[in-house]
Design a binder for this molecule. Structure first.
Ligand code: ZN
Length: 460
């Protein structure tokens, strides 16, 4: 494939230009949550629009939302070839605690093989790498020859604050965003020598469960023993939400859970993470979880239920003999394909209905919901990504399931009917969201090459 070689040569010849632009991008403090950085986020959107024009995008829009702008760009001059929708975000987390940074978070500094700056890994590195790859493919050696694929870019400035306005934008722009495949550049690989592709993400259902007893807090000496204590009732309800095997007891909770097949289990077993590392990483004395599954299966392929917080009664200093009037817990479930977050609400209701005593009243409030997602491992786009990683790193990528949620992936699946290929080049120890965020430069340079090969293969 001479085109690929020419594009790769372009990448090598333009490494300095790439680095300069990457460092420029890192110097813009596009912190989406802080009002004082509003102008910087705007500036970043315009800066990116310029980059998209640089790769020959014929339409580039910086679209205002009630929050931060969405940058849309397209280059559709590859008739008969697939259209790839590229997702990325250009906003970053706040940098604090500032005194824990070794260098200014918005004055990128190269130390050893890494560049240190807020957003270096999450995700300005992979975003710039993809733009560089598209530029290499577009400019090198084509001389009138068509692009291997059509490109559409969807870049948001609100990912770090929950993608407030993106779902609505996607739902109302289905035609604009029509594509054959999505590449989501917001991701990591398992190690500098171990490329990986995340093909499953968990969803989330989040609730408050409030248990109420007497009209107001009571004297525990006068009333204790005659009135049910909401804190105790809530505790018993929570304790009953798992059985002795670590399974969630909400009725019907596992009905739609897609089981792991043997090939998947074998693939997950190839990942290098050990239980010992998991213990060291968390500082917890021992591991726990659903019987019959490994740690990585538990966090990636099985749904879970967690208590995120409990409030009730007197929690100040010293003693106060009170029988609290109410108790509240924040409870969330991480969901896997094909669980429906709306079903889970009903399951929690049904569980409390059948277990709560009539000495209290209760209420379940839903705070948020998002579906999990699982992507086909043998689509054309996935095969192109696997081959691109294998050629670039010299080793077959491993398939990985992730315990966290990336809501945009589920939204795109639901609204556009498209699987996302998660292809990004951060590393697990990049300190994203923390002080001294870094990006490993050799990995990022390989990332550009992998994106080039991915684009060429997708069009082949
Ligand atoms: Zn990110």
């Amino acid at each position: 494939m001479p085109q690929v070689q020419k594009a790769l040569e372009y990448v090598r010849a333009n490494r300095d230009s790439f680095m300069n632009r990457y460092l420029d991008l890192l110097s813009i403090p596009s912190v989406s949550t802080l009002p004082e950085n509003r102008q910087d986020v705007q500036k970043n959107a315009l800066w990116l629009a310029g980059q998209l024009r640089g790769i020959g995008a014929t339409r580039v829009d910086v679209i205002e939302t009630p929050g931060h702008p969405i940058v849309y760009g397209e280059r559709l001059d590859a008739p008969g070839k697939p259209t790839l929708l590229v997702y990325g975000h250009y906003d970053v987390q706040p940098a604090d605690p500032l005194d824990e940074w070794q260098s200014d978070p918005f004055k990128p500094e190269i130390r050893g093989q890494n560049v240190y700056a807020r957003g270096a890994s999450d995700m300005k590195g992979s975003l710039m790498a993809f733009i560089m790859a598209a530029e290499a493919v577009a400019r090198q050696g084509r001389a009138g020859a068509p692009m291997p694929v059509n490109l559409k870019f969807l870049l948001e400035g609100e990912e770090e604050i929950g993608s407030t306005h993106l779902p609505e934008f996607i739902s109302s722009h289905r035609d604009l965003l029509k594509a054959d495949a999505v590449v989501n550049c917001d991701g990591t690989i398992s190690g500098p020598d171990l490329p990986s592709i995340t093909y499953a993400l968990r969803g989330l259902a989040y609730f408050e469960l409030e248990v109420r007893g007497p009209r107001q807090d009571l004297h525990s000496g006068i009333f204790g023993g005659s009135i049910a204590n909401p804190a105790q009732v809530l505790s018993e309800l929570i304790a009953g939400m798992h059985d002795a095997d670590g399974r969630v007891t909400l009725p019907g909770f596992y009905d739609k859970v897609r089981p792991l097949d043997e090939a998947e289990r074998a693939a997950l077993a190839r990942l290098p993470t050990t239980d010992g590392q998991w213990i060291a990483m968390t500082g917890s004395p021992a591991l726990c979880g659903e019987k019959g599954y490994t740690t990585l299966e538990r966090v990636g392929a099985r749904p879970t239920l967690e208590v995120n917080g409990i409030v009730s009664g007197f929690t100040g200093e010293g003693a106060k003999t009170v029988l609290p009037a109410k108790a509240m817990a924040k409870i969330s479930m991480r969901l896997v394909a094909d669980q429906d977050p709306a079903d889970v609400y009903g399951q929690l209701q049904a569980y409390v209905e059948s277990h709560a005593p009539d000495t209290v009243t209760w209420e379940v409030r839903e705070l948020s919901r998002g579906p999990g997602a699982i992507m086909s491992r043998d689509s054309v786009a996935m095969k192109a990504a696997v081959a691109a990683l294998a050629e670039t790193f010299g080793v077959e990528p491993v398939f990985r399931r992730e315990g966290g949620s990336v809501p945009v992936v589920g939204h795109m699946q639901q609204e556009l009917g498209l699987d996302s290929i998660m292809l990004g080049f951060g590393l697990p120890d990049d300190n994203i969201h923390g002080p001294n965020e870094k990006q490993h430069l050799p990995t990022l340079l390989k990332g550009i090459e992998a994106y080039v090969r991915f684009l060429e293969r997708l069009g082949a």
